[in-house]
Design a protein around this ligand. Structure first.
Ligand SMILES: [Zn+2]
Length: 170
């Protein structure tokens, strides 16, 4: 990888939301490592944590590494129902191996419910703990989709994330 003191990465993730099993195929709603008591949950091979997935892809993208789907294929039974903390921690490990540390990270969660505002600090702290960086380098904010399209109708959750990585002195 060409050495650059700063590298930026972008991550995006979306999961369809369905009634939680046994009523439907949704998994229990988990976001940023936090469980929510919610009637619908993400459909996905792992635990479906869209925030952890977007953060993972942002870091991998900054490093020029293959994305989360390449590293943890959704046809591999090892990742069936997996705790997505595994993925974000694997990305953090690669970041350290490449000699980088988190400059700062900003994520936007888009869903109608649950409300993200009241728990944004907790979600940011969870991400920071997984990445091994101070919590104030991580920002999480919530938005709704104004009732339009699948996200606005509560049938999907979407997360966007950008991260800046800073190279450590060699
Ligand atoms: Zn995902």
């Amino acid at each position: 990888m060409t050495r650059s003191p700063l590298r930026i990465g972008h991550g995006f993730d979306l999961h369809r939301l369905e009634p939680v099993a046994p009523e439907g195929t949704g998994r229990p709603f988990v976001l940023g490592g936090r469980a929510f008591d919610h009637p619908v949950g993400p459909v996905g091979h792992s635990d479906g944590d869209a925030l952890y997935h977007a953060v993972t892809d942002a870091i991998l993208g900054a490093l020029g590494e293959p994305d989360i789907g390449c590293l943890f294929p959704d046809n591999d039974p090892r990742w069936d129902g997996a705790d997505s903390a595994l993925f974000i921690e694997a990305a953090a490990q690669k970041m350290r191996e490449h000699g980088f540390t988190v400059g700062n990270l900003d994520a936007t969660v888009i869903c109608e419910r649950p409300k993200i505002g009241p728990v944004r600090d907790e979600l940011a702290a969870n991400i920071a703990a997984r990445l091994g960086c101070p919590a104030d380098l991580v920002n999480v904010k919530g938005k709704t989709h104004e009732g339009v399209d699948a996200v606005g109708e509560g049938r999907a959750i979407e997360v966007h994330c950008v991260v800046l990585l800073c190279g450590l002195a060699e």
